[in-house]
Design a protein around this ligand. Sequence first.
Ligand code: DHB
Length: 311
Amino acid sequence: MAINTKIAGLHLDSYVINASGPCCTTLKELVDIAESESSAIVMKSCTILPRIGNPEPRYARLPYGSIQSMGLPNLGYREYVRFSSQLKRYKKPVIASIAGLSIDEYVSMVESFNKSDVDMIEVNLSCPNLEEKPIIGYDEIQAGRLLEIISLSAEKPIGIKLPPYYDIIQYKKMAEIIIKHNISFITCINSIPNTLVIDPDTDSPIIRPKNGLGGLCGGYIKPVALANVRTFYELLGNEISIFGVGGISSGRDAFEFLLAGADAVQVATQFEKEGTGCFERINSELGEIMHIKGYNSISQTKGNLNYKWTV
Ligand code: DHB
């Protein structure tokens, strides 16, 4: 079963890759991804300066997903520029993820990654976990300004990682910005921001930063993620590639994202739980489902959500 695909014109050997998030911060973690069946390597969202991130506990597994408020712990973008040249020998796309603390920070990271061995740059517009720092993807004026400046300096395909949207007006405004600034791919969705999980045994929030408010991930958010992929697929058409993220832990989940219109999927919570074996497992489960249903390729299946009701 051919589950190879394309994102922004770049070939991926399979449908499933890691998401920027867990276990992609150090070179050792990135090499583990490189040596797995993940068909690309996405690096942790980086900032100009290294960060230790938020105080612990800042990540918790939950029955159907996870909650996190990591606070962008990362080694600083210079390390990820350096890692990209070491990861090149694995011959799969390397994707930088950048999360500037200001417009200038985003631009200088784009300029550095332009000269690096990364194949694409994912611009994170949706980190929810910094005190006093709004999610730029919810402010279309700021997002438009940022993407206008970035698109002027970009020499590699640029994608954006988006927060979840709910109202059609939000989608339409963002789609307009995406088209206007030549964005090559979108990644949706980031975690649902500012959610609260309480431990009734301790009477406390389950994580510590931001008084317990953190990004909800995993199975809880899959219907929101699917709706975002589908709505952008309908608004953007086939020209702009879509990575689906949010609650993919099986081939069935991946297949749902494929029907919704995702060109490939990224896995975070399940990767943190299961390790690098998840990529091979989900890919082969997806291949099996496609075979049973008589599909031969990703491109033939993509977007084929069936709206014909039998009753
Ligand atoms: C972090 C969380 C995110 O959802 C994200 O997109 C980037 C960084 C974090 O807290 O480290």
